[in-house]
Structures are given as structure tokens and as C-alpha cells.
Design a protein around this ligand. Sequence first.
Ligand code: UDP
Ligand code: MG
Length: 312
Amino acid sequence: MKKELLTVIVPCYNEQESLPYFYEEIVKVAQTMKPLQFEFLFVNDGSKDQTLSIIKDLSQKDKRVRYVSFSRNFGKEAAMYAGLEYAKGDYVTLMDADLQDPPALLAEMYHTIQTEGYDVVGTRRVTRKGEPPIRSFFARCFYKLINRLSKVEMVDGARDYRLMTRQVVDAILSLKEYNRYSKGLFSFVGFDTKWIEYENVKRVAGETKWSFWKLLIYALDGITAFSTVPLILAGVMGIIFCLISFVAIMVIIIKTLTFGDPTVGWPSLVCIIFFVSGVQLFCIGIMGQYMSKAYLETKHRPIYIVKETDKN
Ligand code: UDP
Ligand code: MG
């Protein structure tokens, strides 16, 4: 019988320090999972360091190593998508190159799919040790917010590290949108998912590629991609302000008719103008967000551009 194939997709952006450690670890794990054949698919996301040459060296030494290299940095989302497209495995997993997604969990994940009949085994961090507290705080707020706003459930602490069957991978690939927010796409496609929990692990080497600013923008992308509640909010605010102004007009008319018309209160008037125009700009901003997303979608630009791959 032909052995089943498991693809390990590894998005890499400037990971020259971590890659050797990662490769060593994953090979060890592969040895413990004998019934499976492995394919290590490295996606070089336009790294500016020696990442690509390290990957090429690995692929010369080890037939199981394949790679896809982008023409520039397209972001982790694009790298994961490319990985899923190029993966040949019956099972596919996504793993960070910095060993923050412990490869050792893979055996347990595979076992769960085999014996318990799940389609997906995901991982979530139950702690955020070693992360700046301010970042953890905002992350938690974000998950509360997005779960309120969106029907698709986003699990707090869920990693992109997950093992999926071919069926699930094909389902994810069938979502062709340009603005990709994987955490949402994963829950959107559904399927039976089991969560494995683990403690946060520090990066083995190198630095995180996510600045606070990048994460904030990513979070906003997530919200616009999976919720239209902000648009409704803008509408509701408009209605509330109309009602308030209607009441205020009534009050002023009645006051003027009964007490005459002394010209006072322009400071309050200025404040009101500032406030209301602020709210208007805010609402236009929300609409702008959705419009810009729609605009980008209609261009049908490719999610990534490949410069070179191995020839397999
Ligand atoms: N990554 C990528 N493209 C990017 C940024 C990151 O492919 O533009 C990869 C990176 O090489 C790593 C994974 O995504 O394998 C997670 O990145 P990182 O460890 O910097 O994120 P963190 O774990 O701090 O959230
Ligand atoms: Mg990391």
C-alpha cells in the first residue's frame, strides 16, 4: 500500500537563524511518524537574508524538501495560501519556522485525526508568557470584539498551526478572496475541529516580524473581512444623531417662542459642530474601509507571485 503523504508548510521571512533548528526538529518528528511519508514545503516570502539559500541547500540534501520562493514579501497570509496550493499531501500542516509551533505535537495531532475522526486538529496557546503585556491585552480585547461582531467564531489564542485533511485544504483553497484572514477562513469552512492546548513557547532565534502597528492593521483587516457590523453601527449612529437633533430643534423653537431670541451659546455650537463632523468622518472612514476592500477584490490581483521553485 502506498504511504500517505503529510505536507509541512513553513512560511519563512528572514528566518536564516531559525531554519537550521527547525529542520533538525522536524526531521526528528518525521522519524517518529514512520507510517507517513513527509514533504517539507518551505515558502520563502521574499526574505532579504540567506533564508532561500539555506532552503536550497536543504532541498539538495533531502529529497523531501520542496520550496516556493516569492518575488517579494507578500505577507504570511499569502505564504500560507501558496503553501496550501503547492502542497501535495493527504494531510497538510502549517508551521512557523521559529519553533513557536512545537513540531512534537504533530504525532498527537495525526493520531487524533486517525482515531477520533476529526477533520482538523488546531492548536491554541493557553498562555501568552514572554509576550509584552500590552500586546496580550490588546489581543484579548480584539478577540472579544471580533467574536461580538462576527458570526464566524475566532478562538482566542488559536495558532495557524493545524493539521488538516485534504478535504479541508481544498475547501480553504476554494475561498479565493484577495484579503485573506486565515483565522476567519479556517472557521468559515467549518469541519470537525479539535483543539490542542499548549503553553506559549519563545522564538528559538531571530525576531518577530510583527510590529504592533502591523498587528493592529491585521486586526482591522480581520474585522472588515468577517463582519459588516461596523457599517450598521455607522447607520445606527446616524439615526441616533438625527433623533437628538430633532429633539434639540424642538427645544430651541419652543424656547425662542416663549423667551425671545438672545444670541448666546456659540461655544456650545462650535463643540457640537466639531463632534458631529467627527462622527461623520468616522463613519465615512468605516465605509471607506469596506470600499477599499471591495476595490482591491475587484482588481483580481494575484495573492502572490512566484519567482522560483524546485522542479518537483
Ligand atoms: N512570516 C512570513 N511573512 C511575513 C511575516 C512572517 O512568512 O511577512 C512567517 C515567519 O517567517 C514565521 C511565521 O510567519 O515563520 C510567524 O512569524 P513571527 O514568528 O514573526 O510571528 P509571531 O510568532 O511573533 O506572531
Ligand atoms: Mg513566531
